[in-house]
Design a binder for this molecule. Structure first.
Ligand code: ADP
Ligand code: ZN
Ligand code: ZN
Length: 732
């Protein structure tokens, strides 16, 4: 070993709370990927630092086998952010760094943008009316999906649209409707650019406030009802950012929202857009990530994990629907992309714009206290009013397949006028219970404390928690009777019932089952927009962002689910959900109506909904949180444990608690008693949790830092799978 060897600290993807020292003969900048020997394996790690000395004697240090990047892959700004995330979420730095990289980079593949052949519609193809392709459904589907993908689709993406994609593509090519090109550089928009509409005073004030603050850190909370023109505010601020030669990172909660947003960005800017979401193949993801890093893409648009995109020249971060729970990662590094984004903006000294019709109580409280700037858009654009919200008192109404008579009449009235209706039900499948009507037996999941859901079209009983699937039981295992029936309703059942009530109506069901095939959701949405559907039945997939101008009725079928939920956030979630779904109604010139079926019409949450009074609801909810000491009036961390052995998780948590008490955490840090998870058994594992609560963040984090490191080393912790969730969003 040459005496001149340098020592580097390397982040290696292991669950250990430390970095590892390695030798290398040459200079390696922080952020460079390296291959290192690790036990019997070789792993891809990232250099964090050069150090003068190691705790290990020089002759016991191993050498880096290979340096994978000529220039450091992770820029210093991203490395700083990742170190912060490792500290804040008390997660091993090696895993954090790993999480932040696209898959192919984790595997050690070269960090170079490579060309992929993609197909797009030609002008002739764009002019084709898809209806003329009715007899060749595969071609029609390809045309439909391509028309929504201005950047083009590669073979892998096309293959997911139809089994017959290759033949269909050949046919479309021979007609001159599609053409292929190499996607080697970053595609810039080639559509006609449309300018901004004249902003209304609220929008103008918001744009002025944020643009005045470019070049310095500030968080802005843009609270605007659905259809109030929030996206237009983002676009106008981004325009200024691009004019300064800077990049904008835009986060959205759902992949399904990206096509329409991309479309709006493409119509406004000629700038290339780097897209980052889980629906992309590895190569596209890598290309987008590298384009952002090289400043080849001024606009970076993506879902949760896009928050870890390196930006060469950051100017602004936008988090759309900032309250959305999907910003929180639920396994591994349990980060909140919104919170990481705020820290990113703070470190880069740029503004961050958080938008929502129903801001989280956390963000609202910060805005009220002046830590964030609150920007309000109180009205819908174009003079559209807020929908009329009416409660249907289900104590007096007898529903049939979940549909009360007034709701059915309201749907019928829309059908007669050629308007569209949305019926919202947060439960997929046919019925949530399959029951013996002789003895009361209900079909259970063998691996979860849960009942199986009947899926009628599939003729299967499915567990929505572990994915288990079994044949429909025809003879009761308890009493041998054959009087088994579905109980309660899911979207599949409501769809069928509507078809019976309204045989002529064209119904689209939108839920995870009906949109599993790639392109299916896009196709359904296109039909809705084209007026080829009368009624939409769906789960919360329907609630997000989609703009349906001809929808004038929204029916909420099971609003009470969540009214008295176990989670302290269930009321907040329900309010957000109903506001979002209601926001789909009457966005254009036609007034909308929202009908809510409830057994609790006197609940104050509904009164606030009827007045469209977000602030009134927030006042109630914040008071309740203050009294109960829940966030945003305290900070939480949840230690979860699970084991195939009954009792093991709980016993681990008791030991963990003993350890915690011995560490004597600072004043105000409360360690509650371990308790079984609300669903104790899931996928064959017994689960339990231990809540830690603190009024102040600093003592909580000091305590957690010591605690997790000791847990990681503790003998009693070896046999149980455990994880720490800082700022948990789902309490079970
Ligand atoms: P949000 O993001 O709050 O739901 P959008 O920005 O999508 O609202 O605006 C809703 C609709 O109103 C869009 O069709 C948009 O083009 C239009 N719009 C937004 N601002 C204006 C404006 N100032 N004048 C006219 N139309 C506008
Ligand atoms: Zn029975
Ligand atoms: Zn199950």
């Amino acid at each position: 070993m040459a005496a001149s060897s340098r020592i580097y600290q390397v982040a290696v993807p292991t669950p250990l709370y430390r970095v590892f020292d390695y030798l290398a003969p040459s200079t390696l900048a922080p952020g460079t990927r390296v291959r290192v020997p690790f036990g019997r394996r070789e792993l891809v790690g990232v250099v964090l630092d050069e150090v003068a000395q190691s705790e290990l004697p020089h002759n016991r240090l191993k050498s880096i086998t290979q340096s994978l990047d000529a220039d450091p892959l992770l820029p210093p700004s991203l490395l700083r952010l990742l170190r912060w995330a490792a500290d804040y979420y008390h997660h091993p730095i090696g895993e954090v760094v790993h999480t932040a990289m696209p898959v192919s980079l984790r595997q050690g593949r070269p960090a170079s943008i490579s060309g992929v052949a993609v197909w797009t519609l030609t002008n002739a193809g764009k002019a084709v009316d898809p209806v003329t392709l009715k007899r060749t459904p595969a071609q029609k589907r390809l045309l439909d999906v391509l028309s929504l993908s201005p950047a083009g689709l590669d073979a892998e993406q096309l293959a997911q649209i139809s089994l017959r994609w290759a033949a269909a593509l050949k046919a479309l090519r021979s007609k001159g409707w599609v053409s292929s090109h190499q996607r080697d550089s970053w595609p810039a928009s080639n559509t006609d650019i449309q300018g901004s509409p004249l902003l209304n005073p609220g929008q103008q004030a918001a744009v002025t406030a944020v643009t005045a603050g470019l070049g310095q850190f500030r968080a802005y909370l843009l609270h605007g009802v659905t259809g109030s023109g929030k996206t237009e505010v983002y676009l106008n601020v981004i325009e200024q950012v691009l004019a300064q030669g800077k990049q904008a990172l835009v986060l959205v909660p759902e992949i399904s929202l990206t096509p329409q947003l991309v479309d709006r960005f493409a119509r406004r800017f000629r700038a290339p857009i780097a897209l980052l979401h889980s629906g992309l193949n590895d190569q596209d993801r890598l290309n987008a990530w590298l384009a952002a890093r090289a400043d080849k893409a001024p606009i970076v648009l993506g879902t949760r994990s896009a928050v870890f995109t390196p930006l060469k020249n950051p100017g602004l971060i936008v988090v759309d629907e900032e309250h959305d729970a999907s910003y929180k990662q639920q396994d591994g590094l349990r980060y909140s992309a919104r919170d990481v984004a705020i820290m990113y903006a703070a470190r880069e000294k740029i503004p961050i714009l958080l938008g929502s019709a129903t801001p989280s109580l956390e963000s609202l409280k910060k805005a009220r206290e002046g830590a964030y700037t609150l920007l309000e858009l109180p009205d819908r654009t174009g003079g559209a009013g807020m929908p009329d919200v009416r409660l249907l008192d289900m104590r007096r109404l007898k529903p049939s397949d979940g549909l009360s008579l007034p709701l059915r009449e309201a749907v019928a009235a829309r059908l007669a006028k050629g308007e569209q209706s949305i019926l919202f039900l947060n439960r997929r499948g046919f019925s949530p219970v399959w029951m013996c009507f002789d003895c009361g037996w209900v079909a259970p999941c063998k691996r979860c404390d849960a009942q199986l859901t009947l899926h009628q079209k599939k003729q299967k009983l499915l567990c929505h928690h572990c994915g288990a699937e079994q044949e429909v039981v025809r003879r009761c295992p308890s009493c041998r009777g054959e009087n088994l029936h579905p109980l309660g309703e899911g979207t599949e059942r409501v769809e069928g019932a509507l078809q019976n009530f309204f045989p002529q109506a064209r119904i689209e069901r939108i839920d995870r089952d009906s949109t599993a095939r790639r392109g299916a959701l896009e196709e359904k949405l296109r039909r809705v927009h084209a007026g080829e559907a009368d009624i939409l039945v769906g789960t919360q997939m329907l609630s997000k962002g989609h703009d349906f101008p001809n929808v004038t009725l929204v029916g909420i079928l099971n609003a009470d689910q969540g009214l008295y939920g176990a989670d302290f956030r269930s009321g907040e979630r329900l309010f957000q959900l109903i506001m979002q779904v209601s926001g789909r109604a009457g966005r254009a010139d036609k007034p909308g109506e929202v009908l809510i079926q409830t057994w609790h019409p006197d609940h104050p949450l509904f009164a606030a909904l009827q007045r469209h009074d977000f602030h009134g609801f927030a006042e109630l909810a914040l008071n309740e949180r203050r009294e109960t000491g829940y966030p945003p009036y305290s900070h939480l961390a949840l230690l979860r444990a699970e084991s195939p052995m009954p009792g093991a998780a709980l016993s681990f948590l008791h030991d963990a608690r003993t350890l915690a008490v011995r560490l004597s955490p600072g004043a105000g840090v409360q360690i509650l008693s371990p308790a079984p998870a609300p669903m104790e058994r899931r996928a064959g594992r017994h689960r339990a949790q231990l809540l830690v609560q603190s009024a102040q963040r600093a003592p909580l984090h000091d305590f957690l830092a010591q605690w997790v490191r000791q847990l990681a080393e503790a003998k009693f912790a070896k046999k149980t799978r455990w994880s720490l969730d800082v700022d948990p969003v789902d309490m079970y």
